[in-house]
Design a protein around this ligand. Structure first.
Ligand code: ISJ
Length: 287
């Protein structure tokens, strides 16, 4: 296997993958590995997956292992629409509470911890990682955090008197910055060995992103409705809130996130630079 490509198994990343020429890539030695973010983070670190979307938090834990593919990310400037805290109490009253966290995430669980500590000054919160099942999580906890399709489906349930907070929105209100939830990373060892194939994949990811945007996500949305249900207006609104670029502004937001997760010691080393992959060359570190 030349290139094992990780594919986050949530709807949010689909625009980057939907129009890939999968068969051509497979003929050239690529394979696709669909997994939830927490599994992909692990597979990339261990080396069984070589390139693809991972939690931006996972890059921050091991920046020495990866380069980031330029102009690609899963980000939001404000509400993200699929990362929610469902709470029995208002968010201002969560000190001394018990919160269940989905075990599928890395970025959002730490983002929530940072928001509650840094911006709300909450103390003594107990966090428990659990399978992403909202009803189970809320049985013995004051609140639960869900991400991806699990969060979307839970948000469709009839209102049950819960307070619902969009974590991307809370980040933006407090920082004025976008938040990058997933980056597209490549292991540095593979980037050197498989540079040409990587270039082809990169071009194809860019093409998929462009086609998705040009077609207003419509072909993709038809298929999503068939698979998951939901109204066209819901999905139109969802994709209009997601950002697939990785400009200086997203980088600024991400570096500020790394600053805060380091400040609260969720990562061991500060991350002040991002190492970007560059076609045909050694990676470049940018500030
Ligand atoms: C936008 C989202 O971002 C996801 C959140 C992740 C995390 O919290 O680790 C990882 C990958 C992203 O696909 C989402 O959950 O819908």
């Amino acid at each position: 296997m030349k290139l094992a490509i990780g594919e986050i198994s949530y709807t949010n990343i689909l625009p980057l993958y939907y129009f890939l020429k999968r068969e051509e890539l497979e003929e050239k030695g690529c394979s696709f590995v669909p997994q939830i973010p927490a599994q992909l983070n692990k597979s990339m670190k261990e080396g069984s997956v070589h390139v693809g979307g991972i939690s931006s938090f996972a890059y921050g834990q091991n920046p020495e292992l990866y380069d980031l593919l330029p102009d690609l990310s899963v980000s939001a400037k404000g509400n993200v629409g699929s990362i929610f805290l469902f709470s029995k109490k208002p968010i201002t009253e969560l000190s001394h509470s018990d919160i269940a966290l989905t075990n599928s995430s890395a970025t959002s669980v730490h983002l929530l911890k940072v928001i509650l500590k840094e911006f709300y000054k909450h103390e003594n919160i107990t966090y428990n990682l659990m399978e992403p099942n909202g009803a189970e999580m809320l049985r013995d906890h004051d609140a639960c955090l869900l991400i991806g399709d699990d969060a979307i489906f839970k948000s469709w349930e009839k209102s049950s008197g819960l307070y619902v907070y969009d974590i991307g929105g809370l980040w933006y209100e407090n920082t004025g910055l976008p938040m990058t939830f997933a980056v597209i990373a490549v292991r540095k060892d593979i980037a050197r060995k498989e540079n040409q194939l990587l270039e082809e994949l990169y071009k194809d990811l860019q093409r998929s992103k462009q086609l998705s945007i040009q077609t207003n996500f419509q072909t993709m949305i038809q298929e999503i409705i068939h698979k998951h249900g939901g109204r066209k207006e819901f999905w139109d609104h969802y994709f209009s809130g997601l950002v697939y670029d990785f400009t200086e502004k997203e980088k600024e937001g991400l570096l500020y996130y790394y600053h805060l997760v380091y400040k609260h010691r969720f990562i061991e080393q500060p991350v002040k630079q991002l190492s970007m992959w560059k076609k045909g060359l050694e990676s470049q570190t940018i500030i």
